[in-house]
Design a binder for this molecule. Sequence first.
Ligand code: PLP
Length: 389
Amino acid sequence: MKRIFLDHASTTKVDEEVLHAMLPYFAQYFGNPSSIHSYGREAREAIDTARTHVGEILGARDDEIIFTAGGTESDNLAIKGIAYLNKEKRTTKGPHIITSTIEHPGVLEVCRHLETQGFQVKYLPVDNQGLINLETLQASISKNTFLFSFMFANNEIGTIEPIEEIGKIAQEHEITLHTDAVQAVTKIPIDVKKQHIDMLALSSHKIYGPKGIGALYLRNGVKIQPIIHGGGHEKGMRSSTLNTPGIVGLGKACELAKKRMTTDNSRMKTLRDSLIKNVLQIEESYLNGHPEKRLVNNAHFRFTGIEGESLLLGLDEQGIATSTGSACSSQKLQASHVLLAIGLDPVQAHGSLRLSLGRENTKEEITYVSKVLPQIVERLRTMSPLWNR
Ligand SMILES: Cc1ncc(COP(=O)(O)O)c(C=O)c1O
């Protein structure tokens, strides 16, 4: 059976060119990049090149990029790093952080942890399309607010937040802005300087790079404390011998994305729009998230009378991989915090399904899914006690 992968928000396959670029750095150029002999220099040169490519995709300088083990670690380093420094230095700012209710656990759980350490966190609500309200944000700022942490785009419903406007507000109030851009990088043009971003988290495995590698953009001048102490790698901000193959892979993924982003995004958007149009012809089906301000590859639906989980399994039997929430929460039985935050009740939230496209999906695949999905919805509804038409 031919399989169709429509779960690119959870992860992507490693691009052939990325894999090819990485391979020599396992056994041929295996030196420790901190060593000063020729083996070390070979690895270090490759890391320098990768750093340039990561910087370029963000409009950042090479020396503003810190390599980490992924999006979660980058979020942790940014938020804990500035929070702990702030606490230690007892700056004029107090211990207040503003974030949103729809953040990824990589941000939400860090904020919850900081609450146990004496920080105060305001979790801003979002509207029913997942957008933050800028007036509510302005009204929530206090003289103690030192940090904003808002995701660039949501991993479940795909809504894109007004980061540039948030950045302006942050700048006016001398508040540091961190953004989790794990889903946004390569889908939305990013220019950290223009968008007034001070810290940005990205992850390689969402952009056709390998797993277990990511980066934090840290604007020159922004001070944080490390959370991993040791040999002082990455200017003391992230100790541990650098993962040369992983970094080379991430760098290559960024280099490729920079070249093909415009074409890939417009192709995905066309396919995504046709998928949405087809699926919404199903009776009592709805699109979750914002109709326009959404990631080009995200389609997130809810269907009255059925469970997303059953639909996911039905599609899987036909070789189609989708998701009911984020990959991290798919093992949990509780309704998605994002769907509850946009005002869905638990039954509606459980009736939701995410299809996230990637650059290799084809028109034929979307046509096939558009044919199969309504049939499964219809079959499940005939068995559902919640559907008594
Ligand atoms: C918005 C967002 N932030 C953070 C992460 C975590 O990234 P990683 O898997 O690299 O730790 C993810 C992954 O699902 C994500 O979607």
